[in-house]
Design a protein around this ligand. Structure first.
Ligand code: FE2
Length: 257
């Protein structure tokens, strides 16, 4: 698995506070079958000092700590950009903040958790016109998209990608978010599943077990390896596999129906 959304760097946002906690998060990710993590600290007005240079330095330091602790996890640079911050940043900085760094093509932009997403489509359109492709982070948790899925579908129809959070598929954000997450995956409106991990225990950095539990074991390679790899390397997004037509309940799965 390649995790394109994870708050693994220490002391930079609401992820781990210490290097030791970051190493514990990395160990938990490896134990769940993750081979590589893109460090995506918040770049927003809540964390105004976070920039590409700070993130690159954090990744370099954590790589040393992971090697010393013998944790076989690859780390890449990235960011989770708030739309209000993204609109203010120069292109040079945005290129450095892409998933995978300057070799990548996509920015990870946070879908607002506020009741409305006013201005999001315009900001995203401006970013794309400036040459930055877009991955939309956790659209299933965005109240505006829950209420108006067509607004989200419009963005996907324009060529943007959607990243659904693994924990959402197994109900860690409640029933509404779970239902929307499954709908987006089944209807081809989600292209990557990531952990959005914040610590080894709380908001775990895990993808593979959740995909199996949620009934997407056969699609896991596309959702959590092939598409993330294409995003990081700037390659074409591979064709999607067939998705299950409907979500089966836990009881139906147990009974094999
Ligand atoms: Fe996040």
């Amino acid at each position: 698995m390649i995790d394109i959304h994870c708050h693994i760097l220490p002391g930079i946002d609401d992820g781990p506070d210490t290097v030791e906690e970051s190493v514990a998060l990395a160990r938990a990710a490896v134990a769940a079958g993750t081979l590589a993590i893109v460090a995506t600290p918040h770049v927003s007005w809540d964390y105004p000092v976070n920039d590409a240079a700070r993130i690159a330095a954090g990744v370099a330091e954590l790589r040393v700590a992971l090697a010393a602790a013998d944790v076989p996890l690859q780390l890449r640079t990235g960011a989770e950009l708030a739309m209000t911050r993204a609109a203010e940043l120069p292109d040079e900085e945005l290129v450095a903040l892409r998933l995978g760094g300057p070799e990548g093509t996509h920015l990870l932009v946070e879908c607002p958790l506020s009741p409305t997403a006013t201005g999001l489509e315009q900001v995203l359109g401006i970013l794309r016109s400036r040459g930055h492709e877009i991955v939309l982070a956790h659209p299933e948790r965005c109240p505006a998209f829950q209420r108006d899925p067509a607004a989200y579908e419009r963005l996907i129809a324009q060529g943007m990608l959607g990243q659904v959070t693994a924990g959402a598929l197994v109900g860690r954000f409640g029933r509404t978010v779970q239902d929307v997450a499954h709908r987006f995956v089944r209807e081809g409106l989600a292209h990557a599943i990531a952990s959005d991990g914040h610590s080894a225990e709380r908001r775990r950095p895990s993808i593979g077990p959740e995909l199996v539990e949620a009934g997407y074991g056969e699609q896991a390679s596309w959702l959590a390896h092939e598409v993330p790899y294409a995003i990081l390397t700037g390659g074409p997004i591979p064709p999607a596999p067939a998705m299950p037509e409907r979500r089966r309940s836990g009881l139906a799965r147990l009974l094999g129906r």
